[in-house]
Design a protein around this ligand. Structure first.
Ligand SMILES: NC(=O)c1ccc[n+]([C@@H]2O[C@H](COP(=O)([O-])OP(=O)(O)OC[C@H]3O[C@@H](n4cnc5c(N)ncnc54)[C@H](OP(=O)(O)O)[C@@H]3O)[C@@H](O)[C@H]2O)c1
Length: 280
């Protein structure tokens, strides 16, 4: 049975960088929670941990009684991904977030530590109740296959192991559609799409905007509705602008017709062959 991820979550990269923005950023995340976002993506990397403090303050303000309904995702740096250091890094993240448990803990990208060591740490964290599930990020199809083979060797059942792979996937980076997305779908594994707005560029893309307007959508909304069209992708756009947070959330329930999808393909061509996974 697959673990369900919502179609949209809030990205938080670049939050926590400036003390002077703390209140506005907490307000932005709180606004997202109030309009219905149920997944927040963060990482120990972001602002050297200060981003997790912003997320923690927003979760606290939202109320502890809501904790069970929200999927909090954080990530361990590859340099910390040894068995011992992963456990320590997770505890530091939980401390900054003010939480007792992470819902999903991802390896941010591959580093020098063997997968088995990181997986052992994830198992230890799961046994201790500090994480519910784990996953990976920035893994191309062959890397993911290798990771899953190690999990199998370690006797981990598919419904207990890697939950998701968070990768760059957007209209500007359609490569995963060729092999990674089908491979993940075959395993009933949802994909988390980072940078789904192309760092904001898609929101002001003239041709996309022209297509979106008669549909009653903004370019950003069309980009997001497209990203989550299969029902097996969770897009995590980042914004600290309240109106945009609402706008983005409203997009993901919009179903696109075959004609609308064809029109999008004419602007952003689907991949015709293998493209190495793009990374931001
Ligand atoms: N795993 C990884 O290696 C990895 C890598 C990159 C990103 N991520 C995650 O994915 C999240 C999203 O990616 P991202 O932050 O790189 O890029 P993104 O979500 O594609 O774009 C964010 C930018 O778009 C702007 N924006 C958002 N909604 C908009 C709208 N409706 N209209 C116009 N502009 C809009 C934001 O501005 P304002 O904030 O000023 O509103 C911000 O500048 C990150 O925050 C992070 O959580 C993960």
């Amino acid at each position: 049975m697959s673990h369900h991820l919502p179609s949209i979550g809030l990205g938080t990269w670049n939050m926590g960088e400036r003390r002077s923005s703390f209140v506005a950023e907490v307000d932005a995340i709180l606004h997202a929670l109030r309009v219905g976002y149920r997944l927040i993506d963060t990482a120990e990397l972001y602002a050297d941990g200060a981003c997790e403090q912003v997320v923690g303050a927003a979760l606290k303000a939202f109320g502890h009684n809501m904790r069970d309904r929200i999927t909090v995702v954080s990530k361990v740096l590859p340099s910390n991904a040894s068995r011992r250091q992963t456990v320590a890094a997770c505890k530091r993240s939980l401390d900054r977030l003010g939480l007792e448990q992470l819902d999903v803990y991802l390896l941010h990208w591959q580093g020098r530590h063997p997968y088995a060591q990181t997986i052992e740490a994830f198992l230890e964290l799961q046994d201790a109740g500090l994480i519910k599930r784990w996953g990976v990020s920035n893994f191309d199809a062959d890397d993911l296959a290798d990771w899953l083979a190690v999990e199998k060797q370690m006797g981990i059942a598919p419904d207990k192991g890697c939950l998701t792979n968070q990768v760059y996937y957007s209209l500007m980076a359609r490569g995963p559609e060729f092999d990674l997305l089908p491979a993940m779908q075959a395993r009933d594994m949802p994909l988390m799409a980072y940078t789904p707005l192309g760092s904001g560029e898609l929101a002001s893309h003239p041709e996309l905007a022209a297509l979106a307007r008669p549909m009653g959508l903004t370019a950003a909304q069309l980009a997001l509705a497209w990203t989550v069209r299969s029902g097996r992708v969770c897009a995590i756009p980042k914004s600290v602008t309240l109106a945009r947070i609402t706008e983005n959330f409203a997009a993901v329930d919009r179903r696109l017709t075959a004609q609308e999808l064809d029109a999008i393909d004419r602007i952003f061509a689907p991949p015709r062959g293998k493209q190495p996974l793009a990374v931001i």
